[in-house]
Write a protein that binds this ligand. Structure first.
Ligand code: URA
Length: 210
């Protein structure tokens, strides 16, 4: 991956994103749409996976056909909203491993503190795709990437649904080697660090809490 920020501007993604943002969207609609958009984001995040060739027989003839060369993948969900992107990623690559990172905001420093972290031991040799629907201030994203790198990761990618310009700037400055794949770049953050126009609290909308 060379491009640091990719916006998946496919018309179907943009259409589904509009439906998902609407405050009237039910929990079940939100989940379904997040899954559908997540598939597109996953394809884009993994578009540089290496291919090998195998010989197969079609009903017509034999051919040398492309297959994944076997690069190992880990999808890392930033709890809890990241779980909404995990399902579609595993649909694309069922053999992938799953990592989790739990970050809570320290109310004094407003910075993320880690309460859970688990990734495979051989993280250094894997493509590590961090999943978090909302790239807002970038604090959690920067911390998540740092934790994965501290665990040995060399290839780290960040997949989100929406990004605020503030978060994009912070993440690309802190980790310029990490490609970011998003469905949209929104206008700004508000005083509560919500993305504007955004979609509200992704975790609440995904799990029907609040
Ligand atoms: N997290 C969310 O769930 N929503 C935002 O707008 C920002 C961070």
């Amino acid at each position: 991956m060379t491009k640091s920020v990719t916006v998946v501007d496919h018309p179907l993604v943009q259409h589904k994103l509009t439906l998902l943002r609407r405050k009237e969207a039910s929990t079940s609609e939100f989940r379904t749409l997040l899954r559908e958009i997540g598939l597109f984001l996953g394809y884009e995040a993994l578009r540089d996976l290496p291919l090998g060739r195998i010989q197969i027989e079609t009903p017509v003839c034999t051919m040398e056909a492309p297959v994944l060369a076997g690069k190992k993948l880990t999808f890392i969900s930033v709890l809890r909203a990241g779980d909404g992107l995990l399902g579609p990623m595993l649909e694309l690559v069922p053999s992938a491993r799953v990592g989790q990172i739990g970050l809570a905001r320290d109310e004094e420093t407003l910075m993320p503190t880690k309460y859970f972290f688990k990734v495979p031991q051989d993280t250094a040799s894997r493509v590590n795709v961090i999943l978090d629907p909302m790239l807002a201030t970038g604090h959690s994203a920067i911390r998540a990437v740092q934790e994965i790198k501290d665990a040995g990761a060399k290839d780290v990618r960040f997949v989100c649904l929406l990004a605020a310009p503030e978060g994009l700037k912070a993440l690309t400055e802190a980790h310029p080697d990490v490609p970011i794949i998003t469905a949209a770049i929104d206008e700004k953050l508000n005083e509560k660090a919500y993305i504007v126009p955004g979609l509200g609290d992704a975790g609440d909308r995904l799990f029907g809490t609040k």
